[in-house]
Design a protein around this ligand. Structure first.
Ligand SMILES: Nc1ncnc2c1ncn2[C@@H]1O[C@H](COP(=O)(O)OP(=O)(O)O)[C@@H](O)[C@H]1O
Ligand SMILES: [Mg+2]
Length: 70
């Protein structure tokens, strides 16, 4: 049991670049979807983009999966 708890270490990904349109948001969206949906892990996305694209996309995905009214 103790060994099991010690194994549960969070994986962290940081995606950043000064240039726009290079796939930062898309990378985060794909990584977080794979983590939450395919691997069933608790997943936290911190979206520091002022445009909030990733927050919008993940919210739409959640609605499309019928998990939310909107
Ligand atoms: N691996 C990829 N292959 C093809 N198109 C991509 C890929 N990653 C992102 N794109 C496209 O490139 C555009 C910019 O991506 P986006 O993730 O919004 O960039 P950023 O967040 O860096 O501004 C979007 O239209 C997206 O669909
Ligand atoms: Mg972006």
């Amino acid at each position: 049991m103790v060994a099991n708890i010690q194994k549960k270490k969070a994986e962290k990904y940081v995606v950043g670049n000064f240039k726009g349109g290079v796939g930062k948001s898309t990378t985060v969206q794909m990584l977080s979807f794979e983590s939450a949906h395919d691997r069933g892990l608790k997943t936290l996305v911190v979206d520091l983009d002022m445009q909030g694209n990733t927050s919008d996309v993940l919210n739409l995905t959640r609605m499309n999966y019928g998990l939310d009214e909107g």
